[in-house]
Ligand binder design. Structure first.
Ligand code: F6P
Length: 540
C-alpha cells in the first residue's frame, strides 16, 4: 500500500497537529457556537459527542481523506460481503452476518443455530430441560476464556437483574480459585455447564471443564447423567464429541473469537436473560451495522470513533486510550474492549507483511466511574502525559431520577469531562489561596500543586438506555471502530498470532513442572524462577 506517511492526508494531519498543539479546546467553543452539534454523531440510540476532542473541521476532513486513501470504502464492502479479509488465515470476518434479522434471505445456518439456541434457552427457563434428578437448572456456568468469556460475561452482567430464575457464572481462569470458588456455592443437581471454545483446544478451558465434570460425578451424578449438565459451543464438533459432550451449538471459522458473542457463544446470555434479550442485542447491533454501512464518512459514528483514535494516537501522541463507563453494570466493558481493540490491532506488520511504520493500537484500559475517579483520575487530570478518554453514560428512565445517587452518577460523569477540558481558572485559584491566608512562595507552591491545565481530550458516548438493544448498538460501534483503525494502519485486525508462542511454551513448562519432569533449556532468569517454584512446592 506504500508508506502511509507519504500520503497527502497524513502530512496534512501532521501539519494540523502542530498547529493545534497550543490551541485550547474550550476556546474553540467560543469561536463556534455550533461546535457541540457539529461534532456529535448519532445512530441507533447512541450519541457520540467528540466536541471536547482537539479537532476542528479541517482535522475531521483530513481524517476522512486519510480513510479514503486507505481504501476504506472497498474494505468496508469486503467486510459486509463476507470476503476473506482475514488474510493471514484466509477467512472472512463476518460477524455482521450473525446480526441479520430473521427475514434476511441468506445465512440459513445462522438462523438454524439461533432457533436451536432459542429452543434450548426456553427449555432451560421453563424447567423442561432439568438436571439428572429432575430439579430445574438454576445455575449456568460458562467455562471459556478470551472471546469465549469476555463478551457474554460483560453483556450478562450489564443486563442481569437480581432474583433471576437462572443465574449465570463465568469461569475463565485456570487458577483453581476461579472454578473452585464458583462451584463452592452451587448445587450439582441444578447446575449446567456451557463449555465455550471456538477451537475446543484451549488448555485452560479444557482443564476447567474436566474438573467441572469430576465435580458432578463427585456430587451424585453418574456418567450417564453428564449429558443433562454439559453442553458445548464450538466450531470443532470432533473435539467436543471426544470430550464426551453430546449437545453442541455450532458456529463457524469466519467468526473471530472476540467478535463471537453474537453467535452461540452468547448462549449464556440467551439462557440467563431470555432469547428476547439476545434478539434485542442483535437488533441493536444490526441497526449500528446498517448505519456504519450506509452513512457517509462525515456522519458515520463508528468511523468517527476510529478516526478520533487515530488522531489522538498518531498525531497528538497520546499512548493510552481510557474507557470509563459511568454505570456499575458496565464494569466489565473495559476488559472486553481491551481484547477487542488490543488483540485486533496490537500488530506491528501490515497485511502485506511489511513492518508497520506508524504506531498501531494504544494501550486500552479503564474502569467504572465513579470508582475510577478515586483511583487513576489524578493522572488523567495532572499527569505529565495526557490520555484520551471515552466516557460511556447510559441515561436512566424518569423514575430513577428521584434517587439522589442517580443524579450523582450523571453529574460526576459530566463534571469529569468538563474538568478535563476546562481545567481550573488560575485567577480564581489564586483568590482562593489568598483567602486561605497564603502569599508569596507558599502561595506559588500551592498554586503549582493545585493547578489543572485542562485541555485534555475526551469523548462522551451517551446511550439512550442501558438495555439489550442499546448495548448491542454500542458494542457494534466499537467493533467497527476497530475495523476503521485496522484499515488506516493497514493491518489485519482479525488474526492473533501474537498469543500463540506463550501458549506453546506454557505447555512445555507444564510438563517440566510435573513430578519427575526434566528441566528444559531456559535462560538463567527463567531457570531461577522455576527453581523458586519447585522449592516452594517441595517445602509443602
Ligand atoms: O487468547 C487467544 C485466543 O485465541 C482468543 O482469540 C480467543 O478468544 C481465546 O483464545 C479463546 O479461544 P477458544 O474460544 O478457541 O477457546
Amino acid at each position: 500500500m506504500g508508506d502511509i506517511r507519504d500520503l497527502p492526508a497524513w502530512r496534512e494531519l501532521g501539519r494540523l497537529a502542530a498547529q493545534l498543539r497550543a490551541t485550547r479546546v474550550d476556546a474553540m467553543f467560543d469561536h463556534d457556537p455550533r461546535r457541540a452539534e457539529r461534532f456529535t454523531r448519532s445512530a441507533a440510540g447512541i450519541a457520540l459527542d467528540f466536541s471536547k476532542q482537539r479537532v476542528d473541521t479541517s482535522v475531521m476532513a483530513a481524517l476522512a481523506q486519510l480513510a479514503e486513501s486507505r481504501d476504506f470504502h472497498a474494505l468496508r464492502d469486503a467486510l459486509f460481503s463476507g470476503e476473506p479479509i482475514n488474510t493471514s488465515e484466509d477467512r472472512a470476518a463476518w460477524h455482521i452476518a450473525l446480526r441479520c434479522p430473521p427475514e434476511a434471505p441468506v445465512h440459513d445456518e445462522v438462523h438454524a443455530v439461533r432457533e436451536d439456541m432459542a429452543a434450548f434457552a426456553d427449555a432451560l427457563r421453563s424447567g423442561r430441560w432439568a438436571g439428572h434428578t429432575g430439579e430445574p437448572i438454576r445455575d449456568i456456568v460458562n467455562i471459556g476464556i478470551g472471546g469465549s468469556d469476555l463478551g457474554p460475561r460483560m453483556v450478562y452482567e450489564a443486563l442481569a437483574v437480581p432474583g433471576q430464575r437462572i443465574r449465570c457464572h463465568f469461569v475463565a481462569n485456570v487458577d483453581p480459585a476461579d472454578l473452585d470458588d464458583t462451584l463452592a456455592a452451587l448445587d450439582a443437581e441444578r447446575t449446567l455447564f456451557i463449555v465455550t471454545s471456538k477451537s475446543f483446544t484451549t488448555a485452560e478451558t479444557l482443564a476447567n471443564a474436566r474438573v467441572a465434570r469430576q465435580w458432578l460425578l463427585d456430587n451424585g451424578a453418574g456418567e450417564a447423567d453428564i449429558a443433562r449438565h454439559f453442553v458445548a459451543v464450538s466450531t470443532n464438533a470432533e473435539a467436543v464429541q471426544a470430550f464426551g459432550i453430546d449437545r453442541m451449538f455450532g458456529f463457524w471459522d469466519w467468526v473471530g473469537g472476540r467478535f463471537s458473542l453474537w453467535s452461540a457463544v452468547g448462549l449464556s446470555i440467551a439462557a440467563g436473560l431470555g432469547m428476547s434479550a439476545f434478539d434485542a442485542l442483535l437488533a441493536g447491533a444490526h441497526a449500528m451495522d446498517t448505519h456504519f454501512r450506509e452513512a457517509p464518512l462525515e456522519e458515520n459514528l463508528p468511523a468517527a470513533l476510529g478516526l478520533i483514535g487515530v488522531w489522538n494516537n498518531n498525531f497528538l501522541g497520546l499512548p493510552s486510550h481510557i474507557v470509563v463507563p459511568y454505570a456499575q453494570r458496565l464494569a466489565a466493558l473495559p476488559a472486553y474492549l481491551q481484547q477487542l481493540e488490543m488483540e485486533s490491532n496490537g500488530k506491528s506488520v501490515t497485511r502485506e507483511g511489511e513492518p508497520a511504520v506508524v504506531d498501531t493500537v494504544p494501550a486500552v484500559w479503564g474502569s467504572v466511574g465513579t470508582n475510577a475517579q478515586h483511583a487513576f483520575f489524578q493522572m488523567l487530570h495532572q499527569g505529565v502525559v495526557a490520555a484520551d478518554v471515552d466516557f460511556v453514560l447510559p441515561l436512566s428512565p424518569p423514575a430513577e431520577a428521584s434517587d439522589s445517587r442517580e443524579r450523582q452518577r450523571v453529574a460526576n460523569c459530566v463534571a469529569q469531562a468538563e474538568a478535563l477540558m476546562c481545567g481550573r481558572d488560575p485567577e480564581a485559584l489564586i483568590d482562593e489561596l489568598k483567602a486561605e491566608g497564603l502569599q508569596g512562595a507558599a502561595l506559588e507552591q500551592r498554586l503549582a500543586a493545585r493547578r489543572f491545565e485542562g485541555n485534555r481530550p475526551s469523548s462522551m458516548i451517551v446511550m439512550d438506555r442501558l438495555d439489550a438493544y442499546h448495548l448491542g448498538a454500542l458494542l457494534a460501534a466499537y467493533e467497527h471502530k476497530v475495523f476503521v483503525q485496522g484499515v488506516i494502519w493497514g493491518i489485519n485486525s482479525f488474526d492473533q498470532w501474537g498469543v500463540e508462542l506463550g501458549k506453546t511454551m506454557a505447555e512445555r513448562i507444564v510438563e517440566e513442572l510435573e513430578e519427575g519432569g526434566e528441566p528444559g533449556p531456559h535462560d538463567a532468569s527463567t531457570r531461577a524462577l522455576l527453581a523458586r517454584v519447585r522449592q516452594a512446592w517441595d517445602r509443602g
